[in-house]
Design a protein around this ligand. Structure first.
Ligand SMILES: [Fe+2]
Ligand SMILES: [Fe+2]
Length: 270
């Protein structure tokens, strides 16, 4: 099921399938449908994507001022792109690490995240369409799958970089984004971003929860391992200001991320 979502290219088709399979998974977990076994899979190294948007290196993606309608459309377009990538990231963690024995709750959590990301993508697409645009109308960031590739062999690395760094970054920047749309009187966008903001706390929390679970199983110090893995797999320093309150709510204490904020060495990176 996870691989099928990953190999579906069209955005809305991908999220529809994602939601269908999430519903089937939870129906089986609630005893309303026959049990679905956790198998193993061969997910593609790169998920299928729609023909549009054109994917550009970040420095070639045109910057637009959020003070204009065109700028706000560009901002929402970037959010839609992040959400679609997030759908794939959550199904990828389900499919790629089947060989690592994990409690069934691990799968519950990532399937729930994938379902939420699917709704996030659809809500933001609806906003774009109500503003006369659509996902695919503008170029988008090409580097989004990098973290998944870099951590394809390392579940703890994946948890450290994807939910605990990248999704945590979403908690830092979303309030400012909500403010931009509030000032513009764009109510639909404000409501959608508020849903995203509330639900993303859970995604970071699941990352932290399973990261700590694996550290506990290996009798390793979570903070040290987190620093080591982020330095190994994440390219660049973490950017303050941090949303310390929401990060704490998600189980991410300051001594995890502050030491990675500046002058981060890149040991052994080619
Ligand atoms: Fe999301
Ligand atoms: Fe998320």
């Amino acid at each position: 099921m996870a691989t099928e979502v990953l190999t579906t290219g069209d955005g809305r088709a991908k999220t529809a399938l994602s939601r269908k399979y999430a519903a089937e998974w939870f129906a089986s977990r609630n005893g309303e449908a026959p049990e679905i076994e956790i198998g193993t899979a061969n997910p593609p190294m790169h998920p299928a994507r729609p023909d549009k948007p054109e994917l550009l290196s970040p420095r070639d993606v045109p910057k637009r001022r959020p003070g204009s309608e065109a700028g706000r459309i560009a901002l929402l377009h970037a959010v839609a792109h992040i959400e679609l990538n997030a759908v794939d990231l959550h199904w990828d963690i389900v499919a790629r690490f089947g060989h690592v024995p994990m409690p069934v709750g691990f799968y519950d959590d990532w399937v729930k995240c994938a379902e939420e990301e699917s709704r996030h993508f659809e809500m933001i697409c609806d906003c774009l369409e109500s503003m006369g645009s659509h996902y695919g109308a503008l170029p988008a960031h090409a580097g989004m799958w990098r973290a998944a590739e870099d951590t394809a062999e390392d579940l703890m690395g994946r948890l450290a970089v994807v939910p605990m760094v990248l999704e945590a970054r979403g908690l830092d920047v979303t309030p400012g984004m909500i403010e931009i749309f509030r000032k513009a009187g764009a109510q639909k966008a404000v409501e959608s971003l508020e849903v995203i903001y509330a639900e993303e706390v859970g995604h970071v929390a699941y990352g932290s929860k399973w990261f700590h679970f694996l550290c506990g199983r290996e009798n390793a110090d979570p903070k040290d391992v987190f620093h080591q893995l982020v330095r190994k797999y994440f390219h660049g320093a973490l950017k303050p200001p941090f949303n310390e309150e929401k990060r704490a709510e998600a189980g991410l204490p300051p001594d995890f991320y502050w030491p990675l904020a500046e002058d981060m060495p890149l040991p052994g990176k080619a």
